[in-house]
Design a protein. Sequence first.
Length: 228
Amino acid sequence: MHNGKSIDAQALDVMLRVGSRWVLWLLIILSIAAAAVVLERLWFYARERRHRGQVAKMLAALVSSGPEAARKALGSAKSMEAAVARACLDHFADGPAAMQKHVDAVVETDRLHYERGLAFLGTLGANAPFVGLFGTVLGIVRAFHDLATTNTAIASQAVMAGIAEALVATAIGLLVALPAVATYNVLMRHVETAVAAANTLGHKILAYAMAAQPNGAATQTAGKREAQ
């Protein structure tokens, strides 16, 4: 490249043109998106919690009156526990082994809905500091370029101002990352709790089905003996 700029010169020219302010705006936009994800997830989880009373009534109805009464008590409740209970009740006649398969399938499917958007929070929390650091590097490059191309009397002021502006990008990156990581951990803990509660409810219904199965078999055997 004899007639044009070298690759280093071109890269420097690009860095000087873009500066570091776009990094700040990018971090601000990402933080707004993260806040939107958090609010949507909190609303989703709060809406799911409202149906816990129906799940408790369903379990009591199952023990006292059987699957049909439990299905009526459950109604149209929407939560991971309710979905597990509905799957068990719908396939109650298929036996405990089939019910367990349906429980596993429902838990895995609903887990994806519960974790929606959380990967974005985790990724943002892990990478926002590096995005801010990238903005800092761009700002420092521009500051030293100003130092090399301006008068010595005013160069120090330009460099200090440029470095101060560049360090803001790192601070903003940390400010975005810390709440994102903390919120991600809290929400993931909530998902794990919901999964554990759904599996526990499934095991309770399976235990009831397994306890009821021998009784049904014994009744059928007694009926056959009486017929003979």
